[in-house]
Design a protein around this ligand. Structure first.
Ligand SMILES: NC(=O)c1ccc[n+]([C@@H]2O[C@H](COP(=O)([O-])OP(=O)(O)OC[C@H]3O[C@@H](n4cnc5c(N)ncnc54)[C@H](OP(=O)(O)O)[C@@H]3O)[C@@H](O)[C@H]2O)c1
Length: 283
């Protein structure tokens, strides 16, 4: 039996995005190249990178060398915090595209809503930046545009004033940090949520509830976390540099968590939050 998960979610603009992605944070150069090659070989078709990760060149090369058609791989990159303006967004987008070696990007995100240096004027700068995103999308250079680390109150500020709504919001989300308010708001607004740090960096795997349910379902804690995210309609982006764990994280297509156990995970005590509050981060 093939236990790998393979399904898409459809974004608000009709674009299909693979419902599990592969995270590449903290991998650079050769390690990112090897890991992305391994992930593609294992079956992932959705790769998450960012200008900030300094691995776009390696990611692009791994996609090109994989032999998989470019159109079969969904690649995301992100605009870093130093570049929130109409002009800089366009310049940085072209820089990312060229580093990746692509002629279009599948998804481009604003990495953080309110960088420390512009916190007092974040909304104005966001609208300015978003205008560039809308134009790049309109010109066909990006298939979908979105945001990252926007919590409910950020989205409430911007949605009424943009021409094109973000199609995706990528936020920290995992058992112990379920982000119920933002997820509900995104669902009502037609925004697809993606989970970063979906495994809570393996920090909660030995809590009693996680141990109990993993053993009950005959899965690993990582598989339990990722399946809980998928069943909430959220796209997880697990990162692993290890071939065995890369496969393990994709083999979540064969079991189902009951509604009652879903609720138990969703309501477990808060734990494992990185502490990266988008209104307080120092960068
Ligand atoms: N938008 C944002 O601001 C933002 C912020 C952070 C991250 N992200 C994205 O989200 C992705 C994932 O987040 P993350 O990398 O911080 O955390 P994560 O995926 O929750 O955890 C990664 C850690 O878990 C370990 N791991 C992976 N699979 C495992 C398994 N099956 N069993 C045990 N341990 C396992 C990995 O070690 P090994 O590599 O040794 O397996 C690594 O140390 C990032 O790579 C990035 O693409 C976005």
């Amino acid at each position: 039996m093939d236990r790998r998960f393979a399904a898409n979610v459809r974004l608000a603009n009709g674009i299909d995005m693979p419902a599990i992605g592969y995270g590449t944070y903290r991998m650079d150069g050769d390690s990112a190249y090897d890991a992305v090659r391994m992930a593609l070989k294992t079956g992932y078709r959705h790769i998450d990178t960012a200008a900030y990760y300094r691995n776009e060149e390696a990611v692009g090369r791994a996609v090109a060398d994989s032999g998989i058609p470019r159109s079969d791989v969904f690649v995301t990159s992100k605009l870093w915090n130093d570049f929130h303006s109409y002009r800089e967004a366009k310049v940085q987008f072209e820089r990312s595209l060229s580093a990746l070696g692509f002629d279009y990007l599948d998804l481009y995100l604003i990495h953080w809503p309110a960088p420390a240096a512009i916190r007092g004027v974040w909304k104005e700068r966001m609208f300015d930046t978003w205008k560039a995103f809308e134009e790049l999308y309109g010109a066909g250079k990006i298939r979908a545009i979105g945001v990252s680390n926007f919590w409910k109150h950020h989205l409430e500020e911007i949605l009424p004033r943009v021409q094109i709504r973000p199609m995706v919001d990528q936020i920290e989300l995992h058992p112990g940090f379920p982000q119920v308010a933002t997820v509900d708001y995104c669902r009502q607004s037609g925004i697809q949520v993606e989970a970063w740090q979906p495994l809570a960096r393996a920090a909660l795997f030995s809590t009693p509830l996680v141990e109990e349910l993993s053993s009950q379902y005959g899965v690993t804690p990582a598989q339990l976390f990722l399946r809980w995210e998928l069943q909430r309609g959220i796209v997880p982006l697990p990162k692993s540099a290890d071939p065995v764990r890369i496969r393990e994280n994709l083999e979540i297509g064969w079991f189902e968590i009951s509604a009652q156990d879903m609720e138990r995970i969703t309501t477990m005590p808060e734990a494992g939050w990185s502490g990266l509050d988008p209104d307080r981060v120092a960068f």
